[in-house]
Ligand binder design. Sequence first.
Ligand SMILES: NC(=O)C1=CN([C@@H]2O[C@H](COP(=O)(O)OP(=O)(O)OC[C@H]3O[C@@H](n4cnc5c(N)ncnc54)[C@H](OP(=O)(O)O)[C@@H]3O)[C@@H](O)[C@H]2O)C=CC1
Ligand SMILES: O=C(CO)COP(=O)(O)O
Length: 346
Amino acid sequence: MEAVAVLGAGSWGTALSIVLADNGYDVRLWTHRSSLADEINNKRTNEKYLSGITIPENIQAETDLESVVKDVRHVVLVVPTKAIREVCHELNGVLDQTVTITHAAKGIEPETYKRVSEMIREELKAELYDDVVVLSGPSHAEEVSLRQPTTVTVSSEQLEKAEAVQDLFINRQFRVYTSPDVVGVELGGALKNIIALGAGISDGLGYGDNAKAALITRGLAEIARLGTSMGANPLTFSGLTGIGDLIVTCTSSHSRNWRAGYKLGQGHKLEDVLEQMGMVVEGVRTTKAAYQLSNTQNVEMPITKGIYKILFDQEDPRDVVDQLMTRIRRHEMEDLTNILDEQRND
Ligand SMILES: NC(=O)C1=CN([C@@H]2O[C@H](COP(=O)(O)OP(=O)(O)OC[C@H]3O[C@@H](n4cnc5c(N)ncnc54)[C@H](OP(=O)(O)O)[C@@H]3O)[C@@H](O)[C@H]2O)C=CC1
Ligand SMILES: O=C(CO)COP(=O)(O)O
């Protein structure tokens, strides 16, 4: 059977490898840790990142990137956003054929404000890839690896490349849709992590379902405002990669972003929370990026600004909630309709 390379053996890389293995592919799962490769190959487990799951025999973990990507048509990149550029650099040195890159990371880079596909296109030599596809949607690794029903969306510039990746992953438990809106799909996936931190903080403070619903809905409003101002289709934010992912991340204790927020709401320090987590909490860096971006794009993002102040200015979460609740009175949809009107008039 065809080999597929999956780079990154954390929670999501391992879960996506299981989907591919279930679909009959020979999965070469790259990790930079030889101890983890040994555990996966010998014990068929990945206890740190996906506890309690048996890893199928047609997943082979390896530490040698060159042999992992040799002769494959598809490379699936599932390292955290922070590691994307570094892994692309390494790929430049070992790939010698053209591949389709699929990435499943959810973040925006602070300072450059780049989405993950933009970072990949900047770093990888142009002759080494024919397209960059993003895979995103409401999909906790813990549930995917138990083969529980899950839906995601893949998006790329060329529809046929998204469809090829749809073919690769789709099965009875893992339903894959396509979308042409790369910007909207990537921004929805990245920005929901900020709101998930907020939902966790709200729960940690002891607030209830009304506050959670408010965060999800007003969070979506500011995600849609920023996304639309950057060229996304506003309808994308009412799909799987927008509201879908926002719901799953804000309401599930599987979410590392929600869990980190919960601890912050209970009064723990950010550095302690991140150290204890031992897994990536993408929303922290993305909050910084989105806060900076909202200033340069001149888009109001009050919740993101509030989370930024809690994370980086040590502001008390209760004071931030108070500031949000006592902002100047607004019309619910005015900002988004203004952006759409401006775009129509351009
Ligand atoms: N977990 C989930 O349910 C989902 C996650 N995602 C997204 O997928 C991406 C990856 O997340 P996830 O798998 O959960 O993260 P984890 O924290 O579970 O795992 C990250 C993995 O990447 C490895 N890694 C980190 N830096 C490098 C590097 N420079 N070179 C090679 N390997 C590296 C880590 O290795 P080490 O052990 O050495 O740290 C670890 O194996 C994130 O952007 C996340 O938002 C998307 C959907 C669902
Ligand atoms: O993106 C996810 C689910 O769709 C996973 O979210 P966390 O990174 O918060 O665990």
